[in-house]
Write a protein that binds this ligand. Sequence first.
Ligand code: DP6
Length: 374
Amino acid sequence: MTRVTCIAPVNIAVIKYWGKRNETLILPLNDSISTTLCTHDLCAKTSVMASPEFTEDRIWLNGREESIKNPRLKNCLLQIRRVARDQTPNVIPESWHVHICSENNFPTAAGLASSAAGYACLVATLAQLYGVSGDVSAIARQGSGSACRSMLGGFVRWHKGVEESGSDSIATQIAPASHWPELRILVLVVSDHKKKTSSTIGMQNSVATSELLNYRAHQVVPGRVKKMEKAIMEKDFTQFAEITMRDSNQFHAVALDTYPPAVYMNDTSHSIVNLIHKFNAAHGQIKVAYTFDAGPNACLYMLESEVPEVVGLIDWAFPAKDMKINVLRGLQTERNVPKESLTGKLEMQPLSAGMLQYLILTKVGDGPQKLEGD
Ligand code: DP6
């Protein structure tokens, strides 16, 4: 028997992927850009065992056995085996089956890109097990589109590509995590309930019905991708933050333009948007950016120097005493109680307690890693 264990990161898009031009190959309508989050705080962990004694491939997700017949899963396995047949035919005999165990160290289906980390981890682990080398982001992409971005650390671009086969629809690194070490991400978990409409179904509906989607994909995103790459390379937080917020807002506008509409943000999400704009306005400059995926949870981007003030602000706005799960994982940080000179300018009262479940403070991190000693 042989066994390999890897961990893989979550990624948060600052230019969103929304809409496919090919459902089977998972080819997107537009390029997207993300930051990879530090695996210490959020990650998927996958072990794959291969043995001549296993009679079939099997998979357990967070301790529960799931069907191996899932087409996306089957496809990832098939493709790694296909590459292995050419590259490393002697590492794992073709007749051997695998047992896969995967878990997340954060709630699944919390809209926290758990499928991205999960599929990236699966493909990274299989590649290690079978001794496959080279870029396997195009295989991870076929598990879940956004998973291809979790195959690399730092700041990552997923190119939509032009080939019918999808061979050029891959992820590349814009810059490593060490390029902008001051950047912080504060995840505000509003709800860890499973989302109502999955991203897959939501974007299918948008492709079928939204008029705004094509305008976004073809007229807006190409320009934004260029500006975002420049902002990242120049570590221009103001530009980075404004594009991030505008892109999140436009993605949700497309979701609302879908018929029937896909509503992912809730009242708490909208209060967070309002709070951040008021906070930035009170400071006369953009200090924090928000972005929301296909769910109500917010990811805030800021520089390290702003963390105590922003965490203090969140504490003030969402009184923590009633937080359902008052876990502040990774949040060993100072918090400044906001001064009245600031709260006065916010023109709002603290919101009802219990609206936020917990906070996770993290930074930009590296790509998948093999755990040694396995
Ligand atoms: C809103 O990658 O989960 O998070 O390719 O169908 O598996 P599938 O969808 P998925 O969609 C992610 C959408 C998003 C934006 C993003 O991460 O770019």
